[in-house]
Design a binder for this molecule. Structure first.
Ligand code: ADP
Ligand code: ZN
Length: 288
């Protein structure tokens, strides 16, 4: 059986055909312009490929409440042309197949749970640190949606000592995303994150904020594993710093085998940056 998959991002749309084992048989990518320009390109890609269903892992905020009149819509995104856009409905109309729908980060988590480093876990977090910060959560074996879906990048953090940066989030200033996403790093230090690789102080501060957030997630959601992805996390030197600071901040209060093996508890994404598109394949499989 063949499945259609879409990883819908604010900059690009990745489309693919996958099989039941998560193999990606064919893929393409289109820049995210307006729906009028980009939807026909994606629909053309899927047409005639005999997909049984489609899975969409989508940038948000999105409406995941099946009781809602706007289920399947992208809702209040700053990308104005996609605001209040019925992305699920439009694909259903064009392709006539069942459509599975979730957040981009829940998609990545589902990819890792199904085929990656979080196999056999029932409680896990996937956090992306890139242009923005977002988190997907599985709890008791189910992806967490709740009232809307988690927005884990927008929690308030305590400012680190002597930090006077005003923050980059238009809603909250110095929330986690406002302090630690790629654009905040760039504004704070005056250079793109990738060009700051050898500046120790950058990653000391970055890891301190990431550790603060992870401690909150650990203490509230009790995950069995935390996966960190997104462009900024390509700076692999962050991992040992984050692990050390998480242990310090937890202060010895949590004593589980997971925390004891922290190198296997806080880990990079494991699917060569295909976790999102593979998760979208799983969303398609589950939609059938
Ligand atoms: P998006 O979040 O738009 O899907 P990414 O996850 O690639 O895309 O995130 C882009 C952000 O990550 C940018 O702010 C960029 O500066 C930063 N970034 C990308 N690659 C790296 C890298 N190798 N090291 C550090 N930062 C990076
Ligand atoms: Zn915010």
């Amino acid at each position: 059986m063949k499945y259609g998959a879409l990883e819908a991002g604010g900059t690009k749309m990745i489309v693919a055909i996958g099989d039941e084992n998560g193999n990606i048989l064919e893929r393409a990518s289109f820049p995210t312009l307006s729906p009028k320009e980009t939807m026909p390109q994606m629909i053309d890609f899927f047409k005639g490929k005999e997909i049984a269903s489609l899975g969409i892992a989508c940038f948000g905020p999105i409406d995941l409440n099946k009781e809602s009149k706007t289920y399947g819509y992208i809702t209040s995104t700053p990308k104005l042309e996609w605001r209040n856009y019925d992305i699920v409905g439009e694909f259903q109309k064009a392709l006539g197949v069942p459509v599975g729908f979730d957040t981009d980060v829940n998609g990545s988590l589902l990819g890792e749970i199904t085929w990656g480093c979080a196999r056999n876990k029932t409680d896990a977090i996937y956090l992306t640190i890139g242009t923005g910060i977002g988190g997907g959560v599985m709890t008791n074996g189910r992806l967490l949606h709740g009232m809307l879906h988690p927005e884990m990048g927008h929690i308030k953090l305590a400012l680190e000592k002597d930090d006077t940066y005003k923050g980059k989030c238009p809603y909250h200033g110095t929330c986690f995303e406002g302090l630690a996403a790629g654009p905040a790093i760039e504004e704070r230090w005056g250079k793109k994150a990738v060009e700051l690789a050898d500046r120790e102080e950058v990653w000391e501060l970055e890891s301190a904020y990431i550790a603060q957030a992870l401690c909150s997630y650990i203490l509230t959601l009790s995950p069995q594993i935390i996966i960190l992805g997104g462009g900024v996390m390509h700076q692999m030197q962050l991992f040992p710093l984050i692990r050390k600071k998480v242990l310090e901040q937890l202060g010895g209060y949590i004593n589980t085998k997971e925390i004891e093996n922290i190198d296997e508890y806080i880990v990079p994404a494991s699917l060569n940056d295909d976790q999102g598109i593979m998760g979208a394949v799983k969303l398609a499989i589950d939609a059938l």
